[in-house]
Design a protein around this ligand. Structure first.
Ligand SMILES: [Zn+2]
Length: 336
């Protein structure tokens, strides 16, 4: 693919977006996508709520859908938003969990406006070195590409990223890390987790009435300590799906098997969005919304076999979820 700058595709980086979000006490939604239906639902939701949005692509998504196709889909997303009546869409195309300099470079060269380099599994000094290399490349482009880095380890499984145990970000390391790497935002670990099984039952308490798991609270003391060390610096939360119980119940009712799936309560995310947290990653909730709608549709229409029949309600259900997140959790509506 010929080297392209994101501005040619109509995309924006996260710089201004994050500065406004921190000042305004809200967070930008970062939704992962792999399919056309997810992309359409994200754009429709962002346009209808007048919200900026980060569309992110993981390494697994690039493998599934093909990097070239995803990049053209992002370009299509901008044009689609305009067609839906949004004069100046604020859409970021972001690489989620870049695992090497080469992956980040390939994304930057093909038109991504933002990349994450995840060196969180490396020793501190090596994380700095790798992140700095990506930052140097991203920032020297004709159009400044923003870089997200990570310090601390999240538990859970997300595509190829997995860790058994979480390690909270150490507030005493953040200043040195941010200064030495020059990164534009920092993903931290304060108890969020990847996937639809964020906590083991033994980490939770149970609601005596419903028998549902109640997850442990996020470490707001760690977040506060980090904010104090880096005032006004953009903070990112990964693994922030809430795993809505109604979707899990629908899936289980129609033949699925997701016992004890549990996520981050929305009121905790709302509280985080009001702080320096200015990007919240949501992936599993979209997967659950899609699966619940498809399972329900097949149960009710066993004779259907046209993908448009079951993907239409799937797309609708994802869009409803995205709108809910934007308006009730992140507060990024009416910000265009
Ligand atoms: Zn993540």
């Amino acid at each position: 693919m010929k080297k392209t700058s994101y501005k040619e595709l109509g995309l924006v980086n996260t710089k201004q977006m994050f500065a406004k979000a921190i000042k305004g006490g809200y967070a930008i939604p970062a939704f992962n996508f792999n399919t056309m239906e997810q992309m359409q639902a994200i754009v429709q939701a962002a346009v209808e709520t007048k919200s900026p949005v980060i569309m992110q692509v993981s390494k697994g998504a690039r493998k599934y859908a093909n990097p070239t196709i995803l990049r053209y889909m992002a370009q299509g997303a901008v044009e689609y938003a305009k067609e839906l009546g949004c004069k100046k869409p604020q859409i970021v195309l972001h690489l989620d969990h870049g695992d090497s300099f080469e992956t980040c470079k390939s994304c930057i060269d093909s038109g991504f406006s933002s990349v994450m380099i995840d060196g969180s599994s490396l020793p501190f000094a090596e994380n700095i070195k790798l992140t700095k290399k990506v930052v140097n490349y991203a920032h020297k482009q004709k159009d400044y590409v923003t870089v997200e880095a990570e310090l601390g380890v999240l538990a859970g499984v997300e595509d190829e990223v997995s860790a058994a145990e979480s390690h909270y970000t150490k507030p005493e390391e953040v200043v040195e890390f941010a200064t030495k790497t020059g990164c534009d935002s920092l993903a931290i670990s304060i108890g969020t987790s990847h996937g639809a099984y964020k906590f083991k039952p033994e980490q939770c308490t149970r609601d005596p009435k419903t028998g549902k798991l109640i997850p442990p609270p996020l470490a707001f003391d760690v977040l506060k300590a980090i904010e104090k060390k880096l005032p006004g610096f953009p903070i990112v939360l990964h693994g922030s799906s809430s795993v809505p119980q109604e979707e899990v119940d629908t899936i289980n009712k129609y033949g699925g098997k997701l016992p004890d799936a549990v996520g981050i309560p929305e009121e905790q995310l709302r509280k985080a969005a009001k702080s320096a947290v200015c990007k919240i990653n949501i992936d599993s909730d979209s997967r659950l919304a899609m699966t619940a709608a498809v399972r329900k549709h097949f149960a009710e229409h066993p004779d259907h076999f046209d993908p448009r029949q079951y993907l239409t309600p799937a797309r609708e259900n994802m869009k409803k979820m995205y709108i809910h997140k934007i308006m009730k959790v992140l507060g990024s509506n009416d910000k265009l």
